[in-house]
Design a protein around this ligand. Structure first.
Ligand code: FNR
Length: 414
């Protein structure tokens, strides 16, 4: 199998991501993995993102993006940044948030806002959670351990990817904040069951099943984005696959990996999960109200409205566009979460106003991690927290529960 096929596997999002510290392995002769990221065609980038490296303190997610860009090898930066094919959905995720307009009541300002809430019964200090993100040790040597510490310090949930590149137990040992485990499903259901049991034993509070599987991104194919062999070995062993031998070549490991994961399970998987765990179950990757209804009707605890940050199928609507329809369909029978496109505290306010319980961020904290490890992820959460607090006080909301749909300008309503 050549490196292009490997890129496909990584894109399949099925556990190809493994880390052992440091950047992606060089891929001679072009060696794109060690070539610093160059300014690219603006058409490659979402309209919202700029490349200005901040002079002085970074004060926004965009500033951290620029720092990450300056720091990371290009293929790694591109892996985080880019979306599927023409990246229409990637851009739309951000643009759709901008089109939503807030209409705050006047003379209703409050001096401060309490951001605390609960998610699936777990208290959190802010309604901003860390989404599952793969390959974190490629962004910073401490990878997911740093993200776990930052989330715990900020009092929020860390959604741990099956491909985070540190084991379930390593991440649990790193910090004792609340964690959800995002499951990619090994074809061998015995191993899948063990993963669920391990997450339960290690104190994870919920299982997230991602259902929009596979990524298809030009940049990753163009860059021949690859992972070092030792990272793949650790990852496959961490998951619990037996038969990973020290003398296996990278191609053999890749072939093993490509057969190891189930990418085409159906709704019945939730019956199976219910039969093996008492943990709350969330489904991540819902855009159709019908699917949200189905999720609720089979008793799932949470629905994550998500298009995988525009990384899977291009041309689907933004999550924030579908959110109000899904909230209406779910009708309070499960908690609804949103990710994809959150870059500002006001985005969080908008999602909550439409009825989301909380949002998850992906790229924002991956950039923070790349820029400054644990401190960078913490800073991203602090910035979004402060922006949300400012937006809430401007809207007269001193508590999360006071955020409601009347804050959004909808022609007919006001
Ligand atoms: C992801 N995402 C993701 N989702 C998942 O369920 N398992 C995973 O392993 C990954 N890996 C991953 C890697 C990277 C680099 C990114 C950026 C994203 C998707 C992620 O959970 C979330 O849905 C999106 O990141 C949300 O969009 P924003 O916040 O990045 O716009």
């Amino acid at each position: 199998m050549d490196r292009r096929d490997f890129g496909k596997l990584i894109a399949a999002g099925a556990g190809g991501h493994v880390l052992a510290g440091g950047a992606a392995k060089a891929d001679p002769p072009a060696d794109p993995n060690t070539t610093p990221t160059k300014a690219r065609d603006a058409a490659d980038l979402p309209a919202s993102e700029t490349d200005r490296t901040p002079q002085g303190e970074p004060v926004s997610v965009a500033d951290f993006r620029a720092l990450a860009k300056a720091r990371l090898p290009r293929p790694t930066f591109d892996y985080i940044e880019t979306g599927s094919t023409d990246q229409v959905t990637l851009r739309e995720n951000v643009e759709a948030f901008r089109r939503v307009q807030l209409l705050p009541p006047i003379l209703a300002g409050v001096p401060e806002a309490d951001l605390s809430t609960t998610v699936l019964g777990t208290p959190v200090k802010l309604p901003i959670l860390l989404a599952p993100v793969a390959a974190q040790r490629m962004y910073h040597p401490e990878g997911a351990l740093a993200a776990a510490r930052a989330a715990a310090a900020m009092g929020t949930v860390f959604g741990v990817s099956s491909s985070a590149a540190s084991s379930i137990e390593e991440i649990a040992r790193a910090a004792d904040g609340p964690r959800w485990y995002q499951l990619y499903v090994p074809r061998d259901r015995g191993i899948a069951k063990q993963l669920v049991e391990r997450a339960e034993r290690a104190g994870y509070k919920a299982l997230v099943l991602t259902v929009d599987l596979g990524e298809y991104k030009d940049a990753d194919r163009r860059n021949r984005f690859t992972l070092p062999r030792e990272m793949l070995v650790k990852h496959l062993r961490d998951v619990g696959f037996s038969g990973i031998r020290d003398d296996m070549t990278q191609d053999e490991l890749i072939a093993f990996n490509s057969k190891a994961w189930d990418l085409t399970f159906g709704w019945e998987i939730f019956d199976w999960l219910r039969s093996i765990t008492k943990l709350p179950l969330l489904i991540k990757g819902v855009l159709r109200p019908k699917d949200a209804r189905q999720a609720v009707s089979i008793g799932l605890d949470g629905v994550v409205v998500s298009n995988h940050g525009g990384r899977r199928l291009d041309g689907v609507p933004a999550s924030i566009t579908m959110l109000p329809h899904i909230v209406q369909t779910v009708a309070g029978e499960a908690e609804v979460f949103l990710d994809s496109g959150v870059r500002r505290g006001a985005d969080v306010l908008k999602a909550l106003a439409y009825g989301a319980r909380a949002v998850l961020i992906g790229r924002a904290y991956a950039w923070g991690l790349a820029a400054d490890g644990e401190a960078g992820v913490r800073k991203i959460l602090e910035l979004l927290r402060d922006e949300l607090q400012s937006a809430m006080t401007a809207c007269g909301c001193s508590k999360i529960a006071q955020i409601n749909r009347e804050l959004i300008w909808e022609d007919s309503a006001q």
